[in-house]
Design a binder for this molecule. Structure first.
Ligand code: MN
Length: 233
């Protein structure tokens, strides 16, 4: 038997991250995989990154981590406000944090009791390229791509709304644990027992009051849009 906890898109919400990590340690979880976008939007990007770095969590790269890598191709679609926001984060990060981000894998794969699990921030394109692949969600091509992927279970984030596609394999977008508009957050538990897989969502409370107090005392680039769009404020 193996129990894996997964979650995604914390986006600088330190209180939600602390609540999830504390709850995971109170449960018997063998492994923790974080699906990317620990930074971006929320008021505590550096603190969230540091907490992940000193934890036992395995993390993959999200687009907000990729934005920090100075690769022009991934940055040129950002608006001027988004670039200022990215640079506000960049200015807080030290060399160790930057190296950690640069070394993150795009994908983690695991074979557990005969089941192949794929963990990534993004869903894939047909050619297994990763960036902005959620463009394909607008039409039926996602079903064709899902069919062509040789994995039994794929878990991804990026889209902040959770959804599931069952098509020659189970494809689960876990949703965002940081971009919430109330005092609850969640993580997903994968339990493998004798080759059978059970997926459950665990909803928990977090210190929303402190989160709101923190963000209301901040003034960083793009904050008004971010508060409304991502945190329901
Ligand atoms: Mn993302």
């Amino acid at each position: 038997m193996k129990r894996i906890a997964i979650f995604s898109d914390i986006h600088g919400n330190l209180q939600a991250l602390e609540s999830i990590l504390n709850d995971i340690e109170r449960n018997s979880i063998d492994e923790v995989i974080y699906l990317g976008d620990v930074i971006g939007f929320g008021p505590n990007p550096k603190e969230c990154l540091d907490l992940i770095m000193k934890s036992r969590v395995k993390m993959v790269k999200g687009n907000h981590e990729i934005y920090q890598l100075n690769e022009e191709v991934y940055n040129n679609h950002l608006t001027e406000d988004e670039k200022k926001h990215r640079d506000w984060i960049k200015n807080q990060l030290d060399d160790q944090e930057k190296a950690f981000i640069a070394d993150l894998p795009m994908t983690v794969e695991e074979l557990v009791e005969g089941n192949l699990f794929t963990f990534s921030h993004f869903f894939f394109n047909e050619d297994k390229t990763y960036f902005q692949p959620l463009n394909i969600l607008g039409d039926n091509r996602i079903f064709d791509v899902a069919k062509s992927l040789e994995t039994d279970y794929m878990f991804f984030g990026h889209s902040h709304e959770a959804f599931q596609i069952n098509n020659d394999g189970l494809f689960t977008c876990v949703g965002s644990s940081g971009c919430t508009s109330n005092n609850t957050t969640f993580y997903t538990i994968i339990e493998v027992v004798d080759k059978s897989v059970r997926i459950t969502k665990k909803e928990i409370d977090y210190d929303r009051k402190l989160f709101e107090k923190t963000i209301k005392n901040e003034d960083y680039p793009d904050i008004d849009r971010i508060k409304e769009t991502y945190f329901g404020l």
